[in-house]
Ligand binder design. Structure first.
Ligand code: PAF
Length: 321
């Protein structure tokens, strides 16, 4: 590692100028949707700009939890990250609207919202939070895994010690269901599941498969309670140093990274359940009626979400087709 670091620092471009190092940190492995997107980003920048930038990847929370990494991006000590919106509510509370349960009907619907006016307006707001957001990626729809038993009704979550992200929207929803939500940074989750400190967690198939949660979780309930967007963030310090051609190349790289990330999510949505069953997980999928019972159990939190984010905005999101 020391050697790689030294090599990066002394790296020079073909023209003899020093290549600028870009540290990119993310919570999941190199072969996850985040890793695939980060590699696609690097390839695209290198294709456009040659060796002006040298990328150093820090997968698997190598720079710490998502909150710490985003703080690093604000400060400029980390140049880039790919991160879930679950974490970003702590930096830009408005973005929490995308974490509202059962708001999005499908991946296609969510992508249209994020690529359209509502999503693009939200991306621009990250400037006010001391961050530069390049593009929306995604993780997919979040599902519950646990070691206690199959979940088919809201009552089945009663008292379930479920790890949530440090996200008020998620925490409120699980509390209303009667579960015992336990907010925790991602790097602690596998250990807590192994030790039985928590019964379960919730994440999309992209995470459940790439983080090998089948090794520590027995039951998977496909409830799709929350769509989980991701964002490609760059530090305002680095963005401010880029010239116009470099900014164009970085924007194109973000588009290429999103295509790679969505491609990964499409594949894992198609094959992930079979993979997890082969690995021994017991899987149940909620019927539309069962899903409606979960949605009905969230009537109280919905009042809070509407007051916080605006019923009008939530209606506009649901009306996009
Ligand atoms: O559950 C989380 O904390 C996030 O979904 C994860 C796995 C860190 C990816 O952003």
């Amino acid at each position: 590692m020391k050697y790689v670091y030294a090599a990066a620092l002394i790296g020079t471009t073909a023209a003899g100028a020093a290549a600028q190092e870009v540290k990119i940190g993310y919570a999941l492995a190199e072969d996850s949707h985040y890793g695939v997107a980060a590699k696609a980003f690097e390839r695209s920048v290198t294709d456009s700009l040659g060796d002006q930038f040298s990328f150093r990847h820090f997968p698997s929370s190598g720079l710490g939890g998502e909150r710490e990494v985003v703080e690093g991006v604000q400060l400029g000590s980390v140049e880039m990250t790919i991160v879930s919106t679950g974490t970003l509510s702590n930096f830009l509370p408005e973005v929490g609207v995308f974490d509202v349960p059962f708001l999005f009907a499908s991946l296609d619907h969510a992508r249209k919202v994020l690529d359209g006016e509502i999503g693009q307006d939200m991306l621009a707001k990250f400037d006010d939070a001391g961050l530069r957001a390049l593009a929306w990626g995604e993780q997919g729809f979040r599902h519950i895994t646990n070691n206690r038993g199959p979940i088919a009704t809201p009552e089945d979550t009663e008292g379930l010690k479920i790890r949530t992200m440090e996200n008020p929207v998620h925490i409120e929803a699980f509390r209303a269901l009667g579960a015992a939500p336990t907010p925790m940074a991602w790097p602690e989750v596998i250990g807590a599941l192994q030790q039985g400190a928590i019964d379960g967690q919730e994440n999309p198939l992209s995470v459940i498969v790439s983080a090998k949660l089948s090794e520590v979780q027995k039951y998977l309930t496909l409830d799709g309670h929350v769509y989980s967007p991701a964002v490609i963030l760059i530090s305002p310090a680095l963005w401010g140093q880029l010239d116009d051609a470099q900014k164009t190349a970085f924007d194109q790289a973000a588009t290429d990274a999103v295509a790679a990330m969505r491609g990964y999510v499409d594949d894992v949505e198609a094959s992930g359940v079979a993979t997890l069953k082969e690995q021994g997980m017991q899987v149940n999928e909620l019927s539309p009626d069962q899903k409606a019972a979960f949605r009905d159990a969230l009537a109280e939190p919905y009042k809070t979400y509407e007051a916080q984010f605006g019923k009008d905005l939530m209606d506009r999101i649901q009306a996009v087709d």
